[in-house]
Ligand binder design. Sequence first.
Ligand code: FES
Ligand code: FE2
Length: 350
Amino acid sequence: MTWFANHQWYVAAYGEEVGRELLARTVCGEPLVLFRTEDGAAVALADRCVHRRYPLSKSRLEGDRIICGYHGFTYDAGGRCVSVPGQQRIPRTARVGAYPVVEQDSFVWVFIGDPARADAAAIPRAPWLADPGYATVRGMEPLAARYELLVDNLMDLSHETYLHGGYIGTPEVAETPISTEVDEDRNIVYVSRHMDDAECPPFYARSTGIEGRIVRWQDIEYRPPCLYVLHSRIAPAGVLPAADGSDPHGFHVEVVYAVTPETEHSTYDFWSVARDFAQDDADVTNYLRESNRTVVLQDVVALDVLEQVIAAEPAGYQELSINIDTGALAARRMLQRLTEAGVREAVPVS
Ligand code: FES
Ligand SMILES: [Fe+2]
């Protein structure tokens, strides 16, 4: 049994992180080197020289070729070895894996699994992140915890009240029941919590300027394994969208996470916050960047602790789940199903 869903797309980096410097990232236990060709295309290759395994990310990029920093094997952007030292003949097996890459919505997606199965149309979208109508802040925090803990965390926002009080948590989040829906055909888990008369936490009071109580809707859409979106709607108490669905008096924030397993026990936590108001207000931008990073780091501290707890406990520990866990449990089941499907359909690598 493997520990991640194979034959799936994962976010390896933000587009802006990939350039003419070689970038090392490990996705689902596979070490990758990322760079951009002279034409601007993002490339992901296996980060191990076929000769003696030296990381290509510690090597040199010349034009669109990587020259291994140990003995000089040279690879093109497709992973094919085009030169070896001291001989004319290049061994037939001298190539490193090249991963399918798609740049979309500010992310660099890579396909982990059989490249023949990579279908770019299957990549879930987060269009707000590259939409000029939205102002976006973002970051990435490494987690020393398994990715399932981050999925649990994001699917159950009742923890905002306790872990993120003073930032995004208020009593109503934990008190308001959720509704959960699962779309088995499209592999999506939806969790909604609609608070119609709630305290406004500082995160939204300072960014929207609303004084007093609010309508606060949290609509989660998780597309396992990697993409999580929280559609957050904030408005003064009593202000609802119009009958035709338009919502000129609502404030909309799209909170997007890409949950990328690095190893079995570590994770990249890519977070973005896109808003459709005060787009040009640098103070709001700075405030949201700092507050969201603080909130993410509060989660990082908690999840890193949980990883240690789980690593130290005897096998067979039984958790207790309650109503607030419905969404997280649905997400776990879907992840499990994708993971099992990835193993069953795996094709041997020749
Ligand atoms: S390890 Fe790369 S050339 Fe020897
Ligand atoms: Fe959190």
